[in-house]
Design a binder for this molecule. Sequence first.
Ligand code: NAP
Ligand code: ZN
Ligand code: ZN
Length: 350
Amino acid sequence: MGTTVSAYAATAATEPLTETTITRREVGPHDVAFDIHFAGICHSDIHTVRAEWGQPNYPVVPGHEIAGVVTEVGAEVTKYKVGDRVGVGCFVDSCRECDSCKEGLEQYCTGTGQVGTYNAVGRDGEPTMGGYSGAIVVDENYVLRIPDSIPLDAAAPLLCAGITLYSPLRHWNAGPGTNVAIIGLGGLGHMGVKLAKAMGAKVTVLSQSLKKMEDGLRLGADEYYATSDPDTFVALAGTFDLILNTVSANLDLGAFLGLLKRDGTLVELGAPEKPLKVPFFPLGGMRRSLAGSMIGGIAETQEMLDFCAEHDVRPEIEVITPDYINEAYERVLSSDVRYRFVIDTAGLRN
Ligand code: NAP
Ligand code: ZN
Ligand code: ZN
């Protein structure tokens, strides 16, 4: 039977999100049910509901930065109990048997593929529905524990924006002595600045303008440059070990590759609607690498949450009510987000 909760859903690419009701499955033996307290708005939510990555399965209830409190656990659940503070990120299941799953890299599952928190189909054959809602039921193995020192509203954006930057910073060994640049100071980008700084790297923000420079430096950036100024590409040529591109639109990657040292790596994190163009010479000419990375596995997401607790890393958030979601989308699209919208879902709980 399951339970009914309120949610905000998109019914078409060109329609605003509206309030509706959805059903959450009955709590199975391995499931954790929790009341959602906060859900972050990720630019991926907008790409998805506006059909920029292909036609989604409407209605779409977005939201994969979810934080809340456990209300019920299945008979065989061992990791969580009622009252625990928990979160869910971008996926709620995977095959559990392939090499990626066994290595804790569920996001790269080659069996069933990761089962998205929304716009996917769960093991039960039902469409998955995300965090813009009052409650959710998720297998305990795909649930994260939120450290006591991190408030639930601040925890939400860590579950996508946080891990998406933490994982490549770790994989490409950001730390003392490395020179890291972050392109785009939005939801992902501002977490990149904070995390890279906490890991001990030197951090430079590459933003379209200097409008957010004061913020960038306050968040921990050592330097801040405008990419609209051609001099930036002269001044910073051959400077960085690692560049993380968080931009949601198509950039001239050739210009940015030229900012890497020999053997440096540019990691593509933004997922624009159209393919990116890559010229050979700024890449091959200095044996540079262009890489990509997608979120992080469950174990690494937990590691990231614990790292943020220990190093006092929190996102900068603007908490909104659900009736502001459509306006928040427009503000994200015009780079007017400081730096993550987080929906207080109290009005959606029954
Ligand atoms: P966001 O908050 O909108 O931030 C994107 C930033 O990119 C903006 O704040 C802006 O920064 C810059 N930007 C936007 N349009 C631009 C343009 N036309 N030219 C140059 N710069 C532009 O978005 P987000 O939530 O951080 O997500 C960013 C991208 O990452 C999206 O495509 C999203 O789907 C993707 N994503 C990927 C993963 C993954 O696992 N790889 C995970 C989550 C999200 P400035 O104003 O500073 O220039
Ligand atoms: Zn996301
Ligand atoms: Zn797998």
